[in-house]
Design a protein around this ligand. Sequence first.
Ligand code: DLL
Length: 443
Amino acid sequence: MNTKPIVENRIWQPDFECMPVGQLRALQLQRLREAVARCSRVPFYCEQFAAAGITSDSIRSLDDIRRLPFTTKADLRDSYPLGFLAVPRDCVARFQGTSGTTGKPTWVAYTKGDVDNWANMCARFLVAGGLRPEHTVQISFGFGLFTGGFGLHYGIERVGAAIIPLSSGNSERQLMTMQDLRPEVLICTPSYALKLMDTVLAGGVERASIALEHAHFGGEPWTESMRERIEEGLGIRCWNNYGLAEVQGPGVSGECAYRNGMHIQEDQFIFEVIDPDTLEPLPDGERGELVVTPLCREAFPVTRYRTRDIGVIYADGDCPCGRTTRRMSRIMGRTDDMLIIRGVNVFPSQIETALMRVKSVAPHYMIEVTRPAAMDEVTVHIEMHPGMFSDSMSELQAVKAAIAAAIASVTGLHMNINLVQPNTLERFEGKSRRVKDLRGISF
Ligand code: DLL
């Protein structure tokens, strides 16, 4: 455990973040009961609660959380678009979204109170990682359905720092803005920071001309060695934060000044770790699938959301920062086949959905993910139908363009397309392995 802070140790909401553990558990129990009451307005839970005799009064201890049903992405999809909405439509203040497993997004909704709460959750990890009101922050996350842009925006605003809502992409503009407005803090995915760093190191930009001191990274897996590379390369401090749209977005957990793992915002979320095969709970210190129950969400409550993210909740005692909340590891993998490409969640099934829209394409494909420079690249190798493989370059180009457009319309990402002759891709007898992830980052 690190015993020295890397930046000054500050705490945004000490009443909650440093609450004595007994009091924190009592608050969680009270909030869990309230969450159950809100969930009972959602048809998916209503029936299951009735069958299992679950009411908010029947939740007597935190262990009773195990009586509540798990919720999966498939459950949300089956209630598309807004079957989990627990408030009247006119109480919704915001919709955000994340990738669904097919062509449609998973929608999530927030009341005004949810948005307000979310801002504090983001303010907590930002302040823990050195954000001060006098800073200027460049947000290089997309502002749109992705929760990263708006979530961080409101958190920074809450702290009182200045925001440059630049959004993602266009590295030249990113670096120019860093030079001209001299933000001290950068918010983006770690892979995008690597890309920007490579330009700086290649001499494209004088390091002295930018004022960066800190960066807050999330939205995709990264490693300690990536942290070292970026910290050394740019001479900054980098912090990790975690979240997912289905339970809020960013602000679910984040690192403090001591960097002993990510503190879970336990007054707002109950975390469990389960064995993904047996669904049995695992003790702190054991690696398994993270399951999250948000306690305060009004518009879109869920119970025991199966994140599919693999991690560990540490069992090594209190962090010297003074927070009493448990801490979690980096995300170490996933239990499903979701890929995160340049911060965007992509399911192979989405690519398949897109391919099936294009005639002349056979149902045989292989998705190859690489990171040639700092950024992820995806190449989709696709077999053509027998007889459709044309010698005409322009015809092939047109098919490729149609496939790339179909994939972009479903995933929002540009992917390279490689058309191959019929019967040349590997066939599988058991489970197909259609993804080759050659990035060597996390899992
Ligand atoms: O990525 C929320 C977020 C935005 C978190 C910005 C942090 C910063 P989704 O689009 O729903 O939400 O994707 C959630 O991204 O289940 C993880 O697999 C992955 N993920 C998020 N943060 C981290 C992280 C946002 N720090 C999915 N490390 C999650 C590793 C992360 N994976």
